[in-house]
Design a protein around this ligand. Structure first.
Ligand code: FMN
Length: 419
């Protein structure tokens, strides 16, 4: 036996049986992990049953089973609770079910297709229950309650609550990629950057849902939060709940929040043609009351701060010349970075100067639609430098978008086959 593979009792008859992955440097393609990560799994024993909550990434199954066997015999496991069906939590679940086939699986009601994809044909051999928010499982003297937290960060994610000890098994919620074998937040190194970085990359696109989840979790006042990655939060756990709420709150200055719509125009220009268009679009949009309009030359900015602005904006307008049949890279860099925020339902538009083929504008519009934004106006394309009349067209374009944004004009349906 690996002498380090010890289960850790985190409360009476409740054990951590996860695995350490200190050497991981990139997680899920998008997250850097300077300290590696942990895959946390737990065992809760009651007088009439034993529940396993989550498992580990498949490659770490040996450590998980080694720890699991220290605290429970497979035949005594009555419940396997899968809070979230991402492979880093259900990697060892198929093997666990082979070893404990009598156990009943619990997944949230949205998780069935993912459960099917995880266990494949083997699923039919096991009993499973699809849970709703608030459903309970009795282990005799202990009861587990499911707290559904959809979209934190997959549609089927839930947490599991043990009322008596006030422990929340929160899966990815309040998690961080930070591997430290001392396990508890008051014993490990400083992991604040990791906690916030994890929030930014995993939870941020779902801020709306985070706030709904905090409405459910705050009144529970957990005394200990046991997430599926990183430190177990036993020292001031509510600080982490408050942190999620503040990280999800609007950061707009008070004078703006709720009073005005925000319209941002981003542009790039090699010879000044698209820049002239941008200024006219800006003037037109600025004519409309109730909209705060901002104009930014992407050449002079970093992507990240722009993404922060975009998160709170109502409308995004991008201007790009066509260069070699495409929009320019800084525009794509911003558009590619928008996966970390919610863009659905925002208004969007594009404009740009071109020489002969003019692909940039429709390509940007396609991307905006791909981000589930509304594109009510056909974008303006102008050959080389705009004439006075064409600049007036740009002004009208800006005004029209701003009016649509304020509900002063009905969103138009554009047939993009016209482009
Ligand atoms: C390197 C280069 C490549 C270009 N490729 C295209 C192209 O593929 N299609 C097109 O319509 N125009 C093309 N153009 C023309 C520009 O889109 C045109 O000059 C435009 O007016 C530039 O706008 P700007 O002044 O805002 O930079 C190209 C121009 C340059 C300099």
């Amino acid at each position: 036996m690996n002498k380090n593979a010890k289960a850790v009792e985190i409360a009476k008859d409740i054990h951590w049986v996860g695995a350490f992955d200190p050497d991981l440097r990139v997680f899920d393609l998008i997250l850097k992990t300077a300290n590696g990560t942990t895959y946390n799994a737990y065992v809760v024993r009651g007088s009439e049953g034993v529940a396993v909550i989550d498992t580990v990434k498949e490659e770490f199954s040996d450590a998980f089973f080694e720890r699991l066997e220290q605290v429970v015999a497979y035949e005594d496991i009555t419940a396997v609770i899968l809070n979230h069906l991402e492979p880093d939590h259900v990697g060892a679940a198929p093997e666990l079910m082979r070893r404990a086939p009598q156990a009943r699986i619990y997944v949230s009601n949205r998780g069935l297709k993912l459960l099917n994809a995880t266990l494949k044909d083997e699923l039919e051999m096991y009993a499973y229950t699809l849970t709703n928010d608030g459903d309970q499982v009795s282990l005799g003297d202990r009861t587990l309650t499911f707290v559904h937290t959809p979209y934190l960060h997959w549609p089927e994610t839930k947490c599991t609550w043990v009322e008596d000890e006030k422990i929340l098994f929160s899966c990815d919620v309040f998690g961080s990629h930070f591997c430290d074998e001392r396990l508890y937040n008051d014993l490990v190194g400083d992991f604040r950057f990791s906690f916030e970085y994890y929030f930014k990359h995993i939870m941020r696109p779902f801020k709306r849902f985070v706030l709904e989840a905090m409405d459910k979790i705050e009144p529970l006042e957990p005394a200990l939060i046991a997430p599926s990655h990183g430190p177990i939060l036993r020292d001031h756990p509510m600080e982490y709940v408050r942190s999620y709420r503040s990280l999800s709150a609007s950061r707009l200055p008070n004078e703006m929040e709720g009073k005005e719509k925000s319209l941002l125009i981003f542009y790039m220009s090699a010879y000044g043609a698209t820049a002239d268009m941008a200024r006219s679009v800006y003037e037109g949009a600025s004519d409309v009351d109730g909209v705060r309009v901002s104009l930014y030359d992407l050449q002079g900015g970093e992507t990240d701060p722009f993404v922060d602005l975009i998160e709170e904006a109502d409308c995004l307008v991008f201007g790009s010349p066509t260069i070699n049949g495409d929009a320019v890279k800084p525009v794509w860099d911003v558009l590619a970075s928008l996966i970390s925020i919610e863009t659905k339902g925002k208004f969007g538009a594009a404009f740009g100067s071109y020489g002969w083929s003019g692909e940039a504008v429709p390509m940007i519009e396609d991307r905006l639609r791909g981000l589930k934004m509304r594109v009510p106006e056909k974008g303006v394309r102008i050959k080389f430098h705009p004439t006075e009349q064409e600049l007036e067209d740009c002004t009208a374009f800006g005004r029209s978008i701003a009016e649509t944004l304020c509900g002063k004009a009905k969103p138009k349906v554009v047939d993009f086959a016209d482009l």
